[in-house]
Design a protein around this ligand. Structure first.
Ligand code: BG6
Length: 505
């Protein structure tokens, strides 16, 4: 247990949040409404928030505490997903919810905020979690404003949670790190990557390091290749402006999917303790070999959807979405082949892909094992790629399946692939917490295991930067896949070079 922190439990069994205030910048935005407030409400429902907690929202819109409460009530009701909304609990929750309007560029605002927070000091013991859910261009003025108003230090702890995008490229990510670290010490900076908070991503650690049977196979001798897929059926959902400047490689691979890959491929840490786990993740990210110039065309693929159909519905192409340039070169699909330069993984391809407007929403990891060295059941039987496949389903149905060949009932030695399935929902029969519930509670209790550190962010930008640079200097023939399909042909070609094909999830 971290010394001097009675609220932290490394195995995360008993998690009591200490008294504190949570201040959300960007409190009228989409993320706050869809994720943060519902997550805080759920934590209150589970009695995981301390008595007398205080939550402050800020945005530029003028409104009273009561107006803000009314707006958030609508949002929480709408976005609670599978949890019940209870009127009496909301009343209790809303008593700790406040609002302070203000312009983030205005120094006076931080003084007002400090005064408001000081009024609650008896309840919060001076502990404050600042959550930056604003446009990234505000990150710097906010931390400087907090510092100038004396809010970055004082009685109790002061932490800052930083939302993605964490930088636009390697250079801007380093600058941002520098600015944050001028105000907050690294151990109080919580860079959030909500994929690390997903139950099934956490379960990869349990699956690998709590069982003796998989780890001996988890290396280049038995694993042929790994496929990580994060497909979304949605398009850019009114975020055309943001997305156009970002693209799939920045939006999903640089952060979420490289973190997922690190979780699959990292070495076991000596103990389950934030820095020990993060050291291993960081080491793995540093071992991913950045693509060489001559590999950029063959190991990375850019795609953009054109008009198409999903579920019988006609859909516009990306270039027809509101706020998008009709000549846009932005990637709504990105795929890459990465190699990990270490003894465990040398020579094993990790294929990573993500795309918008794919036929369905599914995120999974497929570990393809080598074939049996010799098949004695050849006639009419399974030939071609190895049937042994371990699939870790991150969403929407969370679980793990192992595929192998089995004898078909009846005479003759006919074989066919079958699955052994573990399903989270039916095995545990309880609701799984959302990633934001887990991660918010982690930040409040001071557990950074599932947060990214400066060196991890740096390492993952180093992996994608050569691809981004090449893409910025090349004109692609886009769109190159129809909405509702599994991406461009060049992505299939990328795998075909090694005799592999993308699995249809
Ligand atoms: C966000 C991206 O970080 O992750 C979005 O900005 C994407 O574009 C989202 O849709 C996917 O998250 P999830 O949890 O729905 O898989």
């Amino acid at each position: 247990m971290a010394e001097g922190n009675p609220f932290q439990d490394p195995l995360r069994f008993e998690r009591r949040a200490p008294p504190c205030a949570v201040v959300i910048f960007g409190a009228n935005g989409d993320l706050t409404k869809r994720k943060l407030l519902p997550a805080l409400y759920r934590l209150a429902y589970e009695r995981r928030l301390p008595a007398g907690y205080v939550i402050y929202g800020n945005s530029r819109t003028e409104m009273s505490d009561d107006d803000y409460r009314a707006r958030m009530k609508v949002a929480v009701k709408q976005f609670l997903e599978d949890s019940p909304f209870e009127e009496s609990l909301w009343e209790e929750f809303a008593r700790g919810l406040y609002y302070v309007p203000g312009d983030l560029q205005d120094k006076g605002f931080y003084t007002t905020l400090a005064e408001r927070l000081a009024q609650h000091e008896a309840q919060t013991a001076g502990n404050i979690l600042f959550y930056l859910s604003t446009q990234p261009s505000h990150y710097e003025p906010v931390v400087q404003g907090l510092d100038a108003a004396g809010l970055s230090r004082g009685k109790g702890w002061r932490r800052v949670v930083v939302e993605k995008p964490f930088g636009y490229d390697l250079h801007s990510a380093r600058q941002l790190n520098e600015k944050l670290q001028q105000v907050f010490p690294e151990q109080e900076i919580y860079r959030i990557d909500h994929y690390l908070g997903k139950e099934t991503v956490q379960n990869v650690l349990a699956f690998r390091f709590a069982n003796g049977i998989f780890e001996p196979l988890w290396n280049r001798r038995y694993i042929n290749h790994v496929q990580v897929t994060a497909a979304e059926s949605i398009g850019v959902e009114g975020r055309g402006g943001y997305y156009q400047g970002s693209g799939a490689l920045r939006d999903m691979i640089q952060n979420h999917l490289l973190q997922v890959m690190a979780t699959i491929a990292m070495e076991p840490s000596a103990m389950f303790e934030p820095n020990a786990v993060r050291d291993e993740r960081a080491k793995l990210l540093r071992s991913i070999r950045p693509l060489k110039e001559e590999e950029l065309c063959t190991h990375a693929v850019k795609g953009q959807y054109g008009p198409g159909r999903i579920g019988g519905q006609d859909l516009p192409g990306f270039r027809q979405e509101p706020g998008v340039d009709p000549e846009s070169q932005t990637d709504t699909y990105a795929a890459a082949t990465f190699f990990v330069d270490n003894w465990r993984w040398a020579g094993v391809p990790f294929y990573i892909r993500t795309g918008k407007r794919m036929p369905k929403r599914v995120t999974d990891i497929a570990i393809h094992f080598n074939s049996a060295p010799l098949s004695i059941f050849t006639r009419d039987n399974h030939q071609g790629p190895s049937p042994n496949l371990l699939i870790i389903r991150i969403q929407p149905e969370e679980g793990i399946s192992l595929r192998f060949l089995s004898k078909n009932p009846g005479g003759g030695m006919r074989l066919r692939p079958v699955s052994m399935d573990f399903n989270y929902g039916s095995s545990f029969g309880v609701r799984t917490p959302t990633a934001y519930e887990t991660l918010l509670l982690d930040a409040i209790t001071g557990d950074a295991t599932l947060y990214t550190r400066q060196d991890m962010v740096d390492a993952s930008w180093q992996v994608v930067q050569p691809i981004l640079d090449q893409w910025a200097n090349t004109k692609f023939d886009l769109p190159n896949y129809e909405a509702g399909t599994w991406g461009p042909q060049c992505s299939e070609d990328m795998l075909a070079r090694r005799g592999h094909t993308w699995r249809i999830p």
